[in-house]
Ligand binder design. Structure first.
Ligand code: GRF
Length: 201
């Protein structure tokens, strides 16, 4: 299909956000072809989702390389080989090598399960985020799609949507409510990022 960019999705876990991007691409709601899924874990269920859709996968563990620079170079070469133009982080728990962040400036997005700039940063992932939100006494939470820079959960916010916190919520019930919003806004935010860059360079 013309006008589609080559997208890599990075995961570490179940990959429900990956699935929402696969579905959006297949249904023509995302002007991207997902050509590669990179996982930091070999047992991530998201790898099965990719294989089901005939998407190539790669398990990337920087500790398997002699140096961080070797790891970064190998990943960069792989992205080049696949002609990757945009990267979507979807539950990826590792830092992206700085050389890749630099090369893909404004072309890497992440989704975070809270309303950044609150409740982000190193160590703020999974249930830790929702526990922090509940402990803070906030009356609402939500999901944020943002650009990735060298600092965890720090880049420009592209899209946010709120959900209420309901009396009696646990980290699990809140996570479920937020996840439904994530699946809705990630394809929308990525599509507008891709369209914006394609139209304005
Ligand atoms: C999501 O809550 C996402 O916001 C966060 O990690 C979780 C990944 O879930 N970054 P899944 O693997 O997409 O199901």
């Amino acid at each position: 299909m013309p006008g589609r960019v080559n997208l890599a999705v990075f995961i570490s876990g179940g990959g429900t956000n990956l699935q929402s991007l696969i579905d959006a691409a297949n249904e023509g709601r995302l002007s991207a072809k997902i050509v590669l899924v990179v996982s930091s874990r070999s047992d991530a269920f998201g790898l099965e989702r990719a294989k089901r859709d005939d998407i190539d996968t790669f398990v990337f563990k920087s500790r398997n390389y002699p140096t961080e620079a070797d790891a970064s170079k190998h990943l960069m070469d792989l992205l080049d080989e696949y002609g990757i133009e945009f990267i979507a982080l979807a539950g990826y728990l590792k830092m992206i090598p700085p050389a890749i962040v630099k090369k893909y400036k404004n072309r890497i997005a992440n989704i975070h399960p809270a309303l950044l700039p609150k409740h982000g940063g190193k160590g703020m992932y999974g249930h830790f985020v929702h526990e922090a939100v509940l402990a803070s006494g906030d009356t609402e939470s939500g999901a944020t799609v943002h650009l990735v820079d060298e600092v965890y959960d720090h880049g420009k916010i592209l899209m946010q949507e709120k959900v209420p916190i309901i009396h009696g919520d646990t980290a699990e019930t809140l996570a479920e409510r937020v996840l439904r919003i994530e699946h809705k806004i990630y394809p929308l935010a990525l599509e507008s990022l891709i369209k914006g860059i394609l139209n304005n360079g």
